[in-house]
Design a protein around this ligand. Structure first.
Ligand SMILES: [Zn+2]
Length: 206
């Protein structure tokens, strides 16, 4: 659930870190439903909702709210903000009257993030796919971008959602970027690229 502390604003769970319980914004079911709606709207089907997404993935927050409220009578703008501002993964970005997803798009957009400065980034693969990735490179599947992690630990964590026994691939980001491949910072933990050709990949032995 998402609640609002009078001092520290929105938080997830029952008690703020200061000990206040505050007031309820969204119960668990509402959090889940709104989360699924916002993710779909900002990553996968903005056109179906008439959101007029621009090339950098931004839509008008009020237009999004209207589409959301027409589906969920309990929804409102403050509840939307409570979800976005308490999101631990930083999935969404608010800027003035605009909102966008930071990553996870399947729609064809062109995100304008700063360039990654880490020399190496990481990708967690399953045992079954690792050979083909090392041979052919990493390409997005049903997504606009390849999603890479800023640390080995995060890459393994992400891969474990899909496989029990992930294998770690290191990406020589510095060299790739020197060769003109864009690798962009989406969040503290996630960087995006159109694709990573195989010459920049190496298997990390455990
Ligand atoms: Zn508090």
């Amino acid at each position: 659930m998402i609640r609002k502390c009078p001092t520290h604003s929105y938080f997830r769970g029952e008690v703020c870190h200061c000990g206040e319980t505050g007031s309820l914004m969204l119960n668990d079911e509402q959090t889940e439903r709104m989360g699924r709606f916002i993710s779909g709207a900002l990553r996968h089907f903005p056109d179906d909702l008439g959101l007029a997404m621009n090339q950098h993935g931004w839509v008008d927050v009020d237009v999004l709210c209207d589409a959301m409220i027409s589906r969920y009578r309990w929804a409102n703008k403050e509840r939307l903000f409570s979800m976005i501002e308490s999101d631990e993964k930083g999935r969404y970005q608010l800027h003035g009257k605009k909102i966008r997803a930071r990553y996870g798009h399947s729609v064809d957009i062109d995100l304008d993030y700063p360039e990654n400065i880490l020399p190496e980034v990481y990708y967690g693969a399953s045992r079954e796919e690792v050979d083909i990735l090392l041979e052919k490179g990493i390409r997005p599947i049903r997504q606009r971008y390849v999603h890479l992690s800023t640390s080995a630990e995060k890459a393994i964590q992400v891969a474990k959602i899909h496989t029990d026994d992930p294998v770690l691939i290191a990406v020589n980001a510095e060299e790739a970027q020197n060769d003109g491949i864009d690798i962009l910072d989406a969040t503290e933990h996630i960087v995006l690229a159109d694709e990573i050709p195989p010459q920049y990949l190496s298997l990390v032995e455990d």
